[in-house]
Design a protein around this ligand. Structure first.
Ligand code: BGC
Length: 735
């Protein structure tokens, strides 16, 4: 249950202000006709960006007639001011519009994709990025953003894994909180913050076969244990609104799901904020097959608890008749409108509809130098060093002839999808980044070699690439997907390198001989890297790094930044392992007991190529033995465990120390391990630090068969290490 202060509205800034806002809203509500109320529940797309099938014609006429409460894909001070003026000056009550926009990893200064940000495990850095995103969005007239996206996903075929924090509940929940804090600040009503919207509620990341928009069917146990906690975390941090998901969940579309929208969100959690649908999700109830027409789709979604319809236009079309016919209660309409007006009031729009419209601020804020610096820092710390045989990396400073090979070496398409108003022209290519780092005397020889487009298997460019390799004293191979391959509506069945890139890598690596080759990967999902891993000595996962891409990659390649990223999702050996996740069950016949009758594949291992939490560094860390105060505790006790971590290498570095827990035997099966805490340590060469973790009763709780959160006595195993598959294990007992 959320506390009053955190239940979304009116943000709990202070009691007096809350009281005043409520009175303001009630006064307005009492003057509104039914049509005007329904107008507030209608959200339409503006013309500045496209994030779904276009549908609107003349939104200005609707705005003037009071038939629109919110416009999304609307940004830019001039554009939003003009639209706001239409409603203020021409509609009967002049209720300001709420402008929404997807600011997912940056408005104009683009930060790494969220999956990359998650790989930093750096919550303060993630909060700072969200803060800057919000500052830029607010400076461009936006009030509300559709972030954070907290969909847990165990399936890298699904293109939207790029938008979330990966496969783990704890990491995703902590990141969700950091993002909400960053977006909303201490007061979402301040003009440099935005209202947040946690999405997509719920279980969207579990689409069958990783195919976009596909069916989701899962037990309520799994839903509540794994998929819902990040939503609750975001709301508990004060997130202002919730967006419904496109998918069905156990045969009911999320957009009219009574269990999700009424029972859990309102009754159990006590959320008082606004619920908006995803793009045309009300209309899609017809395609799903739970509504025959617009009227039935409207009735089902409104009665389930939806407050605002994004882009279907069905509420304006049918809701009035439904209320008059008694199929939707007018009190339900009042409740929805009250929530929408609360949000507008809390943002200060009812007092001053133009308070976010400041052209001077807009000009100064977007893409400022400090913002670019923050983007570069975050991009560098999101990168994960997957392999570094023979210490290929960091590259020597004195290398003067670099062969930069591959389709991603000399391109500005490094922002990733959901890039907001980011501009490719602002983006630093890898070629520029390396040139900036090495200075004027260095020679960078570029050859694309192969394309990264699906189906383009042309190998004609490989010979040129080999020619370049022969001239160089170091080779950088820049491979990956296209930035729009990990996106909405971008599922892939084959998660390998598209086009002829593997062939290019084979030939370049063979040609290079003793010349060092470092491979940099740009992609928005875990990929199948098995063959590349077998032949390439050094692999750096750079995700989609954003505006400062090239500089940030160069920072890591040349050792100015020691990589510290850790994978937020398992990288499979083959797509045949998918869905794959580290916190799985053991099964009754785990691998390694009987050679034949085991839960295993005949042709590939069970373990992923790179596990959750994995990432190398240019230095090495040593973990001392785990010490714990006692090995038996009572259920209400917190157990302190500690160990010493030492930087045993020659460079300063950051180590992400991860604590996993297993409840060895319980009334329901518990995963073989679950991340319960982590700490990011910064250690100079030779330095040690004693790390202390508190294993609280909370961490030992789980949902039992009755879906009650319980702790049960018995044996627990603690594992502390640098990834999910390493580290000493030690046991304790709850009595
Ligand atoms: C996406 C949402 C997004 C919305 C508005 C939809 O297609 O699923 O994540 O917020 O469009 O752009």
């Amino acid at each position: 249950m959320l506390s009053d202060r955190k239940a979304g509205l009116p943000f709990g800034v202070d009691r007096e202000r809350d009281q005043a806002l409520c009175e303001q809203v009630e006064a307005l509500l009492s003057q509104m006709t039914l049509e005007e109320k329904i107008g507030q529940m209608n959200q339409v797309a503006g013309s500045r960006d496209t994030t779904g099938a276009p549908a609107n014609t003349d939104i200005e006429a609707d705005v003037r007639a009071g038939r629109v409460g919110s416009v999304f894909n609307a940004f830019g001070v001039e554009f939003t001011r003009e639209l706001q003026q239409q409603t203020i000056e021409h509609s009967r009550l002049g209720i300001p519009l709420l402008f929404g926009y997807d600011i997912i990893h940056g408005f104009r200064t683009i930060f790494p994709i969220p999956l990359g940000q998650a790989a930093s495990w750096h919550l303060e850095g993630i909060e700072r990025a969200a803060r800057i995103m919000a500052e830029e969005g607010a400076a461009a007239g936006v009030h509300w953003t559709f972030a954070p996206m907290v969909d847990i996903s165990r399936d890298p075929r699904w293109g939207r894994v790029m938008e979330g924090a990966g496969e783990d509940v704890l990491l995703t929940s902590r990141i969700a909180r950091a993002q909400v804090r960053g977006i909303q600040g201490a007061d979402p009503g301040a003009t440099d913050t935005l209202a947040a919207c946690v999405k997509h509620y719920a279980a969207y990341g579990a689409a069958e076969a990783g195919r976009e928009y596909n069916t989701v069917d899962m037990s309520e146990w799994r839903l509540r244990e794994h998929y819902l906690p990040p939503f609750l975390a975001a709301l508990d941090e004060g997130c202002a609104s919730v967006m419904t998901a496109f998918n069905t969940l156990n045969a009911i579309p999320a957009t009219c799901h009574p269990l999700l929208l009424d029972q859990i969100l309102r009754r159990e959690w006590g959320f008082k904020g606004m619920v908006v649908t995803d793009y045309t999700a009300v209309m899609e109830l017809e395609c799903h097959g739970v509504a025959e027409d617009a009227s039935e789709a409207t009735r089902k979604s409104v009665n389930a608890g939806v407050d605002m319809d994004m882009q279907s236009g069905y509420f304006v079309e049918t809701l009035s008749e439904l209320v008059q016919g008694g199929q939707v209660d007018e009190a339900r309409i009042d409740e929805a409108v009250r929530r929408i007006l609360w949000l507008k009031a809390a943002l200060g729009l009812l007092d001053d509809p133009y308070r976010y419209a400041d052209t001077e601020r807009e000009a100064q804020c977007l893409l400022s130098e400090p913002h670019r610096r923050a983007a570069r820092e975050q991009a560098a710390e999101s990168m994960v060093l997957l392999k570094n045989d023979g210490h290929v990396l960091p590259l020597m400073d004195q290398c003067q002839k670099v062969a930069l090979i591959g389709p991603l070496g000399n391109t500005q398409r490094l922002l990733g999808s959901w890039r907001g108003n980011g501009d490719h022209d602002d983006t630093v290519t890898l070629r520029e980044g390396i040139a900036n780092r090495l200075g004027e005397d260095a020679v960078i020889l570029c050859a694309q070699g192969a394309s990264n487009q699906i189906g383009d298997t042309d190998t004609a460019g490989i010979e040129d690439a080999l020619e370049v390799v022969r001239q160089a004293d170091v080779v950088v191979l820049a491979l990956g997907e296209d930035e729009d391959y990990a996106d909405e509506a971008a599922s892939r069945a084959d998660i390998g390198l598209p086009g002829a890139q593997l062939e290019l890598a084979r030939r370049v690596l063979a040609e290079a001989g003793d010349t060092p080759v470092a491979t940099v990967l740009f992609n928005g999902r875990p990929m199948d890297l098995t063959e590349l891993d077998a032949m390439a000595p050094a692999l750096l996962e750079a995700w989609w790094p954003g505006t400062e891409a090239g500089n940030a990659v160069a920072d890591v390649l040349f050792g100015d930044v020691n990589p510290s990223g850790r994978l937020p999702m398992s990288f499979p050996v083959s797509v045949g392992q998918v869905p794959i996740y580290y916190n799985a069950f053991n099964t009754g016949r785990p691998k390694g007991v009987d050679p034949k009758y085991a839960s295993q594949y005949l042709d590939i291992p069970n373990a992923p190529l790179y596990p959750f939490g994995f990432g190398l560094s240019y230095t090495t860390f040593d973990y001392g033995p785990i010490e714990m105060a006692c090995t038996e505790i009572a259920s209400e006790d917190t157990l302190e465990v500690r160990l010493t971590v030492t930087n045993t290498g020659e460079r300063a570095g950051i180590e992400v120390v991860q604590l996993y827990l297993q409840d060895v035997s319980a009334s329901v099966v518990r995963p073989i391990r679950e991340l319960k805490d982590f700490q990011r340590l910064s250690l100079a060469p030779g330095d040690s630090e004693c790390v202390t973790f508190q294993i609280t009763p909370d961490m030992r709780h789980f949902l039992n068969a009755e879906l009650d959160s319980v702790q049960e006595p018995g044996l627990f195993r603690v594992q502390i290490g640098h990834c999910s598959e390493s580290g000493e294990e030690i046991e304790f007992r709850v009595v």
